[in-house]
Ligand binder design. Structure first.
Ligand code: ARG
Length: 564
């Protein structure tokens, strides 16, 4: 239940002539201090019209604005503050959660329209980087959030499996590689070869040429080149999928850059037809001066296509196949220029749907303050990060709850959950320095803390022997701790909406943390299991909290163990 609505309605009755319902609704805010009421209406915007001071207006309104849900109102300077009927609201909020369960907080504005989410998209023959991990978990969470808004999302892993670097890799493999070694440790061996290529190329200038030659062969379908490439790709995907399985994330499509090989000519023809291509020293470019951007390089002088050429083909493919309402690209902010160019080229071509393309950038993860370079072989192995986190989780569980069943499964959910939550709890644009100690923390505002709070709620319900609650019952909660919890439960649908509007999973993570904190304060101060006339209502509140936290976590891609 959104209690802003009946209050806005009541204000609207009085202010009909001067402010619309929507204006009033958006003006209503939460007072800074809970002692000042549950909602505050600022009157500044009416001062000019009424030729009165805001404080006077607030005073006048106090008399005329009434509604069953409003218990009391009070003027605080230019604000009119409302105290609401907590019993009524808690009952309605609880009934809603008990009735809707995991559907609580859903919206229908997506109307089942398609939203492709381009996410993860690592490059084959290289380890998945921390940046790709960010893209994976942010993309997955956004996909869940968009689904909750009523959209149909399509998770696309736009694998980086094409480009001149594969010519280089083939050369390196032919010179220094061994089949058994690649089979045994595909990615680290391919990475070793790639790094070696760059080291050797510093002195051996022929290598670069040879690399270009082999990429050309690959493009022309040369059998040897093609076989090697296919093999590198398959081995790499196998490794990536191990990480996805652990993260519990699946994709609807693995069509990467190579998939667009035979779809680029069409784009180039179209650009030509529209007279947008110009030739500069043999290269084909689209001038983007009027967008204040560098020209987009579509085709090199040797005929090779580029990253952006494939992305143009992909954009058309997605529009044709999904007729998307929005198309999301969850890719680091260092590629902002690329996506600006992509959108600008589409705009130049006259396609308005370019505006529905959203690059969702995120901040860089550094280590020791520095950016890691795969070219120099500096990588953090994600599997090791996850293993370490799970180890820590196991230690904690052994201390707190050694008798627990399915210890390994729970440790996996907690350890992996810690890594994912850590990535999502701050604004996505924030950069952060990666240290394993920081990522696998269990105290404070962390995933395990939220999971633990929910598991505690579950254990209260188990102790009470009550796991189901009738949504039609009359629940009544009157204490202030319950009220704080109720308010946060009530805010969840709004949090989903905000996360969606801002493409920002951290809104959900922050909501989960606040709810967990409020619940722990409630549990520390209110005797839930004691015989009391509100006992059933308190238990219903515990149940509602476990449901809402579970749903928050699910939207983040974090699991909720029932015990830990
Ligand atoms: N493979 C690219 C990289 O690792 C990311 C691809 C993002 N998606 C896209 N459609 N460009 O930088």
């Amino acid at each position: 239940m959104d209690y802003k609505k009946p209050v806005a309605q009541a204000l609207h009755e009085t202010l009909k002539e001067d402010l619309s319902y929507d204006e009033i609704y958006s003006l209503l805010e939460k007072p800074k201090m809970a002692a000042h009421g549950d909602l505050a209406f600022p009157t500044f915007s009416l001062a000019k019209l009424y030729r009165k001071s805001p404080a006077q207006i607030a005073g006048d309104l106090k008399e005329s604005v009434t509604a069953p849900i409003i218990k009391d109102s009070e003027t605080v300077g230019p604000y009119l503050n409302f105290f609401l009927d907590k019993t009524l609201i808690s009952r309605e909020v609880l009934n809603e959660v008990l009735d809707q369960k995991d559907k609580y907080g859903s919206h229908t504005i997506g109307e089942n329209k398609n939203v492709p989410v381009d996410m993860s998209s690592p490059n084959i023959a290289k380890p998945m980087s921390l940046g790709h991990l960010r893209s994976t978990v942010i993309g997955n969470s956004l996909s869940e959030i968009f689904t909750k808004m009523g959209y149909n999302t399509i998770k696309i892993n736009h694998i980086g499996d094409w480009g001149t670097q594969f010519g280089k890799l083939i050369v390196a493999y032919k010179r220094w590689g061994h089949e058994e070694e690649v089979r045994a440790n595909p990615i680290s061996e391919l990475l070793r070869l790639y790094v070696k290529f760059h080291a050797e190329a510093e002195t051996d200038i022929e290598l670069e040429n040879e690399g270009r030659l082999w990429f050309r062969k690959l493009e022309e379908g040369n059998e040897e080149a093609w076989e090697l490439w296919t093999w590198f790709r398959e081995e790499s995907l196998k490794e990536f999928k191990k990480i996805y399985t652990r993260l519990n994330i699946s994709f609807d499509s693995y069509s990467g850059e190579a998939f667009y090989n035979d779809k680029m000519d069409k784009v180039i023809d179209l650009l030509e037809e529209k007279n947008l291509l110009s030739v500069n020293r043999g290269a084909h470019i689209v001038d983007l001066d009027k967008y204040n951007l560098n020209p987009a390089l579509i085709k090199k002088s040797d005929g090779a296509t580029l990253y952006i050429t494939r992305d143009l083909a992909a954009a058309f493919y997605r529009k044709e196949n999904y007729n998307f309402a929005h198309s999301l690209y969850v890719v680091g902010q260092e590629q902002s220029n690329h996506f600006n160019q992509l959108k600008a080229v589409l705009k130049e071509m006259g396609y308005d749907w370019a505006d529905d393309i959203h690059h969702i950038p995120f901040g860089l993860i550094t280590q020791g303050g520095r950016k890691l370079s795969t070219r120099k072989g500096q990588v953090v192995l994600l599997e090791e990060v996850l293993n370490e986190a799970v180890e820590q989780a196991k230690k904690q569980i052994n201390e707190k709850n050694p008798e627990i069943e399915n210890k390994d499964e729970i440790a996996e959910q907690v350890g992996v959950g810690a890594v994912v939550f850590h990535d999502l709890k701050n604004d996505r644009l924030n950069s952060f320095d990666f240290t394993i100690e920081e990522v696998v923390q269990f105290e404070g505002e962390t995933g395990p803390y939220v999971q633990y709070t929910r598991a505690r709620g579950m254990s209260i319900l188990r102790k009470a022997g009550q796991m189901t609650f009738d949504p039609a019952d009359t629940y009544s909660l009157t204490d202030e701790y319950s009220w704080d919890v109720i308010k946060l439960i009530q805010e969840m649908p709004e949090a989903v909406m905000r996360a969606y509007n801002k493409f920002e999973p951290s809104v959900i993570a922050k909501h989960a943390i606040s709810l967990a904190q409020a619940f722990n304060r409630f549990y520390a101060n209110v005797r839930v299991l004691d015989e009391h006339e509100e006992k059933n209502s308190r238990l219903a509140l515990v149940y509602a909290v476990t449901e809402v936290i579970k749903e928050d976590l699910r939207l983040l891609g974090v699991q909720s163990p029932n015990q830990m």
